[in-house]
Design a protein around this ligand. Structure first.
Ligand SMILES: C[S@@+](CC[C@H](N)C(=O)[O-])C[C@H]1O[C@@H](n2cnc3c(N)ncnc32)[C@H](O)[C@@H]1O
Length: 222
């Protein structure tokens, strides 16, 4: 393998997981109430003040990594506030090396499981929610680590009227679409994605490695 190349995803799972419907239905029965640490409450309260004072519509970049997509989104949507979240301090540190004015993007180090729960109780004007190349967790036994198999999923779907998911594992996107259909009775199609200019390091790496890429765009009927 060449330097910087990435192996294709290998999984014994060749179709959407047979337990997906059961798992999603079980998670839909109860509000997910994981204990949120005090520091996460405090960080969110601080950000909440900023968001309310700012007033611009918001685009979320969840799992933003080094923040390359967050800056791209800021260029693409100059009238929006971009909020970019990742749990990795190391990756977020790299996000700051950017020429754009910092007012365009707010980076927050947080666990998305906490952040999305807190978000559900807020009234932020979120327009779009990007999930770019989430960890695929391709082993069948890892279904509940994928976002759509996680108990947070019903809360995640309440965060925005619009989602953009990208992945190099078609089954991940197909399962996400099915999970949405189970919960919201709306069907969205996974599309092959042809990239000319990558907007994230993972996208660049997968493109350079010749992987097929997939996109799921979700726009809920209001
Ligand atoms: C495969 S990387 C993709 C990063 C970036 N979106 C890209 O395409 O280059 C997945 C990212 O999700 C972040 N992540 C995974 N689980 C998370 C969680 N529970 N809370 C916050 N960030 C998380 C990881 O730290 C990592 O940066």
């Amino acid at each position: 393998m060449l330097l910087g190349q990435s192996p294709k995803i290998e999984s014994s799972q060749l179709a959407p997981h047979k337990n997906l419907a059961k798992v999603v239905a079980r998670h839909a029965q109860h509000d997910y109430r994981n204990t949120i640490p005090q520091y996460a409450h405090e960080a969110f309260a601080e950000l909440d003040k900023t968001v309310r004072a700012d007033g611009r519509p918001i685009i979320l970049d969840s799992g933003c990594g080094v923040g390359e997509s967050s800056w791209q989104l800021a260029l693409q949507y100059p009238d929006h506030l971009i909020i970019a979240i990742d749990k990795s301090a190391q990756r977020l540190d790299k996000s700051k090396n950017h020429a754009l004015v910092s007012a365009a993007v707010i980076f927050l180090r947080a666990d998305l499981v906490h952040f999305w729960q807190l978000l559900e109780r807020s009234q932020w004007p979120i327009e779009k929610h990007y999930l770019l190349y989430p960890n695929p967790w391709p082993k069948p036994s890892h279904l509940q680590r994928r976002w759509h198999g996680h108990p947070i999923f019903p809360s995640l779907l309440k965060t925005s009227p619009e989602f953009i998911l990208r992945t190099n594992w078609q089954i991940y996107a197909q399962e996400f679409a099915l999970a949405v259909e189970y919960l919201r009775a709306e069907r969205f199609l996974v599309q092959p994605l042809k990239i000319t200019t990558p907007i994230t390091p993972f996208e660049r790496k997968y493109q350079a490695s010749g992987h097929e890429l997939f996109e799921l765009m979700i726009r809920f009927a209001q």
